[in-house]
Write a protein that binds this ligand. Structure first.
Ligand SMILES: [Zn+2]
Length: 214
């Protein structure tokens, strides 16, 4: 079974404060030019999207350079429910592994926090939970190549210095934010495909993300 992990991209999709909403500009019509088409104006970090390390590290990999073997693989899904302004702590990850399954070294992890239920509220982007500094250090220590989450950012809304982004980008880790439908995955490991557009030199890209469940 395939599960779509992607939010719909639309003009009404909530966006990070200070970022413009998406605009879809009609360009041609079947009646006029003989074909329908549109122009898009959007942030490269709109909706369900991937951050390349270059988002926070000047000489980090850019989105077109992300190796294909990171975009497809087997991830560990950590269901760690969090509320406004809470942190996913190192201890949460250690405890989850003790109760469930050891995260292999060099292997992708995805956090399901439940926070996306608040996406239509103003506080979704400002009070969101996020990785604590020690949680990000821990993920870096086990060389996680990709960190996915249903959160709008891997950093908590109140962490305006983006410590988790800095720690993981320095390690070359790729982030995927605003993943949808993680509640539909009833496994602790699953196969995924998460594909950014190959935009040369960009810091990120919207993605189409899916889970492939046995
Ligand atoms: Zn981003």
């Amino acid at each position: 079974m395939l599960v779509d992990l992607t939010l719909d991209m639309s003009e009404t999709l909530p966006v990070f404060p200070g970022s413009p909403p998406m605009h879809m500009i009609p360009w041609s019509t079947i009646r006029g030019e003989g074909y329908n088409s549109e122009m898009l104006f959007l942030s490269s970090h709109l909706g369900t999207h991937m951050d390349a390390p270059y988002h926070f590290v000047q000489d980090g990999l850019r989105i077109h350079q992300i190796p294909l073997d990171v975009l497809m693989g087997r991830a560990t899904l950590l269901n760690i429910q969090k509320k406004a302004n809470e942190y996913i702590q190192r201890d949460d990850i250690v405890r989850w592994q003790r109760d469930n399954h050891k995260i292999p070294h060099n292997s992708p992890v995805i956090f399901y926090t439940g926070w996306q239920a608040h996406i239509n509220h103003d506080y979704y982007f400002t009070e969101n939970p996020g990785l604590s500094r020690d949680a990000a250090d821990y993920l870096a220590s086990i060389s996680v190549p990709l960190v996915g989450t249903d959160l709008p950012s891997i950093d908590a809304g109140r962490d305006s210095a983006f410590p988790a982004h800095h720690i993981l980008a320095r390690k070359g880790t790729v982030n995927v934010e605003n993943l949808a439908n993680l509640d539909k995955i009833q496994y602790i490991e699953f196969n995924y495909i998460i594909l950014p557009l190959k935009i040369r030199n960009a810091t990120g890209s919207p993605v189409r993300a899916m889970a492939i469940l046995e």
